[in-house]
Design a protein around this ligand. Sequence first.
Ligand code: B12
Ligand code: SF4
Length: 539
Amino acid sequence: MKGGPDRVGKDAGNVAQYGDRGGDVVSTKNRSLSFLLVDPPHRIWDILKAWVPSPGCLQLAAYLLDYFDVDFMDCTLNKRPWHDLERKLREAKPDVVGLSVGCTYFTYDGYNAAALVKDVLPDAIVLVGGAHPTLNAARCLEECPEIDYICMGEGEITTREFLANVADGNPDFSHIPGLAYRGEDGAVVITPKRPLIEDLDTLPIPAYHLVDMEHPYIGLPSEGDRAFLVNFSRGCGFRCKFCSESPFWERRWRGCGAERIGEELELLRTKYNRDTFYVGDNVFNFTRERGKTFIEEMKKRKLGQHFWLQSRADLVVRDEDLMAGFKEAGVYQFMVGVEYPKQDVLNHLNKDVSLSTVERAMQILKKNEFMIMATLMIGHWDETKEDRQNLFDFCAKYVNHFGLNVVTPLPGTEFHKEMQSLGRIQSDDYRKFDYIQAVMPTKEIPDLSKITELHLGMIRKFYWRPIELWRMFFSKNPILRHHHRYFMQYGFSVMQHEVFGKPLWVQDNYQTFESFLRERDRPLKGGVAGYEPDETGEI
Ligand code: B12
Ligand code: SF4
C-alpha cells in the first residue's frame, strides 16, 4: 500500500453514515474475509501509450475498504505481470478474487486470469465485473468455466453484499440482486436487477493510494507529463446503437456534484501533482446545471488545471453561452462524437443528431478557440471512397484531433445483434475489438485487413498535413504545440510501421499468457483463452 488513504469525500472516514447506501448495514470491518481486486495484465494501446488505473476499480476498492480487507492489483503496472499475479495469489491467498473486464478487448486477459486463480487457489471464489461480462453474462460463463459469479452492472453494493454473504458462509446467492452464476443444474441464473446508486456523492474518492501513482506507465503522454484520467459520472441517456455505455448503465446518467469533483481534483493536484485531465465522463455537460456548477467550482478553487471533456454536438449547441466559462475553468479540448458526417449513417446509428447541428457545434467550439477532437468511425457497409474523402475534408475543416476508429460491433449492443443477423461479423476474437482492427467488411472492401490499413493510412495523412507542422511550432497554445508534436511523431511511427513493419511501440513488461505458461514450472489445467494451438497442439 502506498501512502495513506484518500479520504476527503462527503462521508470521509465515517463508516456509520453508510447505512443510507442501501442493503444490509455493515458498520465495522469484517476481517474474516480477504478480497483481492485485480485488473488483469493488459497490452497497452500503442497509439496513445496511455494507461491509467481503472477509475471503476479504484472507486470500487475505496468503497469496499470500509467493510473488508481489500487489496488492488493493476497488473499492467507490474514488472512481470502474470508471474507477479501468481505470486500474489500464493502469498495473499485471498478468499475472493475480483477480476475486472472493462472492455471487450480485455476479455481473454480476464479469462486467463480466472484460470490462473483457480489453478493456484482452487477454493477461491472468482467474481468478475465490468461492462463486457454484464452485457454478455451467459456467454462469459459458458466460455470461461473458471468464473464463478458475474457482478452485473454497478459494482459497489452488489460486491459488498456478495462478500458479506461469503463471509457468513452462506452458499445461496439468489437473494442478492445484480449477479449471474451457474445454478445447481448448470443453467445460468440471473438475479433481479440491482438498482443504481442515486447519489454518486455518497461514494468515497477513488483509492488512489492503492497504486503507485508515479509509475512511468501511468499517464497520457499526448496530453503532457502530469496528465491523468478521471471519471465523475456514470452512464448516458442517449441511445447510439453501437455503444455499450448506454445499455450497461440502463440508459441513465448520474453525475458527481461540483464540490465532490473539486475535492478530488484538489487532491490530485496537491497530493499527486496532476494538472491535466482527460475527463472520461461520456457526456460531461449532460445537464446544463452540471456545466454551470463545474465552471463556478473551478473558478473558485483556482487549481490551475486543464481539462479535456467529452460531449455531444447537440449539447455543445445547447450550452453555447457556457463556452466562455468552460474556457475560463481550464477546459482546453472538447471531444465530440461526430461518428460520420453523413445523415443517413447518423440516423442508422441512432445518433439522434442532425449534420447541421454537428457543423454548428464545430463552429461554436472553433469560435471559442477550443481544441476539437472528433471521434469517428469508418468501415460502414455502404461506405464509398468518396464518403471517406468527405469525412476527411469535414475533419480537415474543423477538427484538431482525428479520433478515427473502425466501426466495431461490441457484443451486447443493438448494433452487434443487427450486424450478426446480417451475417457481417467475421471474427469472434475479442482481441480484435479494439476499434482499430476491422471485424466486418464493407460492400466494396471484403478484405478486413484492407480496412484496417485504410484506417491507419487516413490517420497518418491527417497528421502529416502542412497545417499540423505549422501548429507544432507556431501555435500560441502550449498544449496544442505539445499535441501536434506528439501526433506528428505518432504519424511517423505509423509510417515506419507501414513501410518497414516496425512495431508502433514496445511495452517492456508485456507478456502473453501463453509465453508465461511456457516459463512456468507447471502446466495449467484447461485451455488458454484466445489462444490458437499450433499443429502439435502445444502451448
Ligand atoms: C478509463 C478508460 C480507459 C483507460 C483504461 C483504464 C483501465 N485500467 O482499464 C484507457 C484510457 C487506457 C482506456 C483505453 C481503451 N479503452 Co477505455 N475507457 C475508459 C473510460 C473513459 C472510463 C471507464 C470508467 O472508469 N468508467 C466508470 C466506472 C465507474 O465504471 P466501470 O469501469 O464500468 O466500473 C464499475 C462496474 O463496471 C463494476 N466493475 C468494474 N470492474 C469490476 C470488477 C469486479 C470484480 C466487480 C465486482 C465489479 C467491477 O464496478 C465499477 C464501479 O461501479 C470508458 C468510458 C466511460 N465513460 O466509461 C472507456 C471505455 C471503457 N473504453 C473503451 C475502449 C474500447 C478502450 C480501448 C480498447 C480502445 C479505445 N478506442 O479507447 C482502449 C484500450 C487500449 C489499451 N489496450 O490500452 C470502451 C469500451 C467498450 C467495450 N465495451 O469494449 C469505453 C466504454 C469507451 C467507449 N465509449 O467506447 N480506456
Ligand atoms: S452519446 Fe456517447 S455515450 Fe451516449 S449512447 Fe451515444 S455514444 Fe454512447
